[in-house]
Design a protein around this ligand. Sequence first.
Ligand code: LLP
Length: 433
Amino acid sequence: MMAENQVLPSTASVTAGGHLAIGDCDLVALADEFGTPVVVYDEAHLRATAREFVHAYRSLGCTAEVIYASKAYFGLAVLRLLRDEGLSIDVASGGELHAALAAGFPPERIYLHGNNKTPREVDEALAARVGTVIIDGFDEIALVADAAARHGIVQRVMVRVTPGVDPVTHSAIATGQVDSKFGFSLVGDAQRGVAAVRASAHLELVGLHAHLGSQLFDLSVFGPTARVLADFAAEVGADDIGVVDLGGGLGVAYTSGHAPPSVAEFAQAQATALETAFAAHGLPTPKLLCEPGRAMVGRAGVTLYRVGGIKPVPGIRTYASVDGGMSDLLRPMLYGAVYEPVLADRPEAPADRTYRVVGKHCESGDILVAEARLPELAVGDVLCLPATGAYGVAMASNYNGQPRPAVVFVADGAARLVTRRETYADILGRDRV
Ligand code: LLP
């Protein structure tokens, strides 16, 4: 069973005692030791994925840079690991910038994003000397230029455009379409944006950026995107368009029915699209930047919950309640995302029952898995929800006063706490009465 599982981290195995293990650590024992809910990251899987991305672009012979989109999860342990693997980092807020700096990313490897960067965020970024700011709209040009002047620097910037390509994904995570809050529209705005950036003595234009959307399975979208960018570069003059960022978005498998493209296929699609599009205008291929978030950390992480109550509603369904829910994993509620739990206590028992796995929050919509096929459950069992490493804890809340989960790294039979569970004191700690 474990050999075929494409949803669990790659080191998943079954212990001699019949429990599910990751990184040679028994997940039932981890739940006992660290409590639940707890997010467990497979360190070997994280490292292997980072290397797979770097290798994929390198082996194509293209000049490329892999930039981790830290919004997917910005815990310091993950950031440090990815820094050590030589990745760059995309931050979309002052908080993510703070985390990137705390994790020791060299400032020149930091890319600042955001459709409404505040004056304070821009100032913090320039004070830290971040390598590149992605300009997202007109109002930001003066903001960044003035800050650069104040800091006595010329800031490298890229201009983000919306290429008008439908990425075929959930509407809430599609960004490349013209009707978007992000970037400059290519119908008029982008030309003026580029001109305004070029006119500033404190900004140095280095390239263009486009991010289509997230959880993409269809790689054919990069052809038209690269064409639109190359056409635009040819129109406005490509001398200072030495870098093109085609964004992140590579999808991951949340269930065994999902078959996302491989990292190598994703890299190949981006690289080929870029080269072909620029060559059509007789232009050299720019340096390629990519910004994976979900595909970098999604499958490396699982969440462990403990089953606290089982309620059959005769003739309708059986509910299994766990000790987390929408506060640690909002994706099912927000996007209708489907997950496939594995029973950590008996992973090899036949999954011949159907349960609705629900959280502990005061809402009927707090459903983690609407129709989960599982072996018969008992109160106290540990449920493992695979592929929760991206946009899980990163989007966690304190709804119902629920402390946010602990995070644990596992490798070679050893587990270490990398983020402690929140306490009640943490939750009230900011209140002043
Ligand atoms: N670059 C930019 C500019 C982005 O806006 C994003 C994601 C990424 C890169 C990384 O995309 P990824 O490789 O992770 O697909 N909370 C949602 C996902 C929102 C993604 C927002 N931007 C979810 O849970 O599905």
